[in-house]
Ligand binder design. Structure first.
Ligand code: ADP
Ligand code: MG
Length: 465
């Protein structure tokens, strides 16, 4: 292996291998990579943006290095760089990959732009991309949602946005709907899984005609948004109906977006065919925002509300409320009401006093479950989702039990709440985990120092975030 041509061949071959192994959507989305330089030790490959760079590092770097190794029999480093915009070659034969979208994003849909369309009756107009603050915690989901809004039915189908309460699932899903509704004449339908269920049940008991009306309502959507599908657990009949609706829509390349409070793999009593169809789409998660993103969200909201909250108050709220955006908004509403009443700017002292109960609640103790899961997962080279999942291999079970034990030890959460945060496990599982760790502590006293070290890391991490 000596000249540049050889390296180019190896690279092309690597990409071919990857293309064969990955799903088409995934390949189009992520493998927009160009070889820039190569030598025996290192392949330098360019990507379209910082966002890609981060994601590819996280998700695919080791995989790609592995593929090169398969071909040439030795390990080389993959060095990722951001592509110079001018030298960028346009994508071939119309293939589009998602990119960070600037607003307003370009729409490729056939329908003309209709800026004067009335607001969509089922969507909140304030749930738009413009009002959605993008941070590390949600950039992947936000980019996917924007890609879909530009190209419904073409980019990723279905899209599943999942994550805990108040993290912006509904907002992001409705932003897709609002964007499509204002920029095209496509038919957008938004519904909650609960409403879908109620309508389905009502339709069963009615005439053939109203049954058909129910089916048609959803099957003629161009973009169907169904919120909170965890609600469908145990509702076999509705799941089945949704499965058919889903198939009808995806066969005709209509866009479907779901939200859920957990990964589909963690849903209980859920139709396997539906689970697998949803799983085959793009599944993206929302994490709680970090300190900087929390500040940015509060700033944006105060601007929208047209009220002035001094920076030191924003800082105070962001430091003390780390759970989710809904709680942040709740605190902001309390302050806004006060400012309006008093008619002068709020000070840190007053804010602290107004929000003291909120700040003191165990949920807001900065050691959030999420951070503990992250730190423990990292220690064992796992992801937080491994801890929340169901796998029972020893390499996961022990870290999972340890995380539960630490949460029980240093937070006020009940075993039921802890179980919930581990993919909806029962409180007895948490109690069992704590007992197991206590037993281990007796037989292996050095575990105590590991636990103490982890707790220190968690505290440091909390102070930073
Ligand atoms: P979920 O559906 O995940 O429970 P929501 O979408 O209802 O959460 O979000 C809760 C509140 O927080 C909403 O008012 C939403 O506008 C706001 N919100 C969530 N994430 C963001 C964000 N990234 N930027 C701005 N506002 C957000
Ligand atoms: Mg919601």
């Amino acid at each position: 292996m000596s000249d540049a041509g050889d390296y180019k061949i190896i690279w092309n071959e690597t990409i071919n291998l990857i293309k064969k192994e990955t799903d088409e959507q995934e390949f189009l989305a992520w493998f927009n990579l160009e070889l820039q330089e190569a030598n025996e030790r290192e392949f330098t490959v360019s990507v379209p943006s910082m966002f890609y760079l981060d994601q590819i590092k996280k998700r695919y770097q080791a995989y790609i290095e592995g593929k090169i190794e398969e071909l040439i029999g030795k390990r080389v480093m993959l060095n990722l760089v951001i592509r110079d915009k001018q030298s960028e070659t346009p994508p071939e034969n119309g293939e589009k990959s998602p990119e960070i979208v600037s607003f307003p994003p370009k729409t490729e849909n056939s329908a003309p732009v209709q800026p004067s369309r009335d607001p969509h009756p089922q969507l909140r107009t304030d749930y738009s991309f413009e009002t959605y603050v993008v941070g590390d915690n949600n950039s992947f989901a936000a980019n996917a949602a924007q890609a879909i809004a530009r190209n419904p039915g073409k980019a990723y189908n279905p899209l599943l946005i999942y994550g805990g309460v108040g993290l912006g699932k509904t907002h992001l899903m409705q932003a897709v709907g609002n964007y499509v509704h204002t920029h095209t004449d496509l038919k957008v339908i938004y519904t909650s899984a609960e409403t879908f269920t109620n309508e389905f049940i009502a339709s069963i008991h009615e005439t053939e005609r109203s049954k058909a009306a129910f089916k048609n309502k959803y099957r003629y959507a161009d973009v169907l948004l169904i919120d909170d599908i965890h609600f469908l657990q145990k509702k076999d009949g509705t799941q089945e109906e949704l499965f058919y609706t889903f198939n009808a829509l995806s066969d005709s390349k209509k866009q479907i977006v779901f939200t859920c409070d957990r990964p589909v793999s963690d849903l209980k009593d859920f139709n396997d065919r539906l689970r697998s169809r949803v799983g085959q789409g793009l599944n993206v998660d929302l994490q709680p925002p970090n300190y900087e993103t929390r500040c940015a969200i509060l700033k944006k909201k105060t601007e929208t509300l047209g009220i002035v909250i001094p920076d030191d108050v924003i800082d105070l709220v962001s430091k003390n409320i780390s759970t989710n955006v809904r709680d942040l908004e709740g605190a902001l509403n309390t302050l806004t009401a006060y400012v309006k009443l008093i008619g002068k700017p709020i000070t840190v002292e007053i804010a602290r006093q107004r929000l003291k109960d909120v700040f003191a609640s165990p949920r807001q103790s900065n050691m959030s479950i999420d951070i503990i899961q992250r730190v423990v997962a990292e220690e064992f080279n796992l992801s937080p989702n491994d801890l929340k999942g169901k796998k029972r291999t020893q390499s996961i079970v022990f870290p999972r039990q340890l995380a539960m034990y630490i949460i029980r030890d240093i937070t006020e959460h009940t075993t039921t709440e802890i179980g919930q945060e581990f993919g909806g496990k029962d409180h007895t599982t948490v109690m069992h985990a704590c007992q197991k760790i206590e037993e281990r502590l007796i037989s292996n006293p050095s575990l105590e120092s590991t636990i103490q070290r982890l707790i220190r890391n968690i505290k440091e991490y909390s102070a930073k975030s």
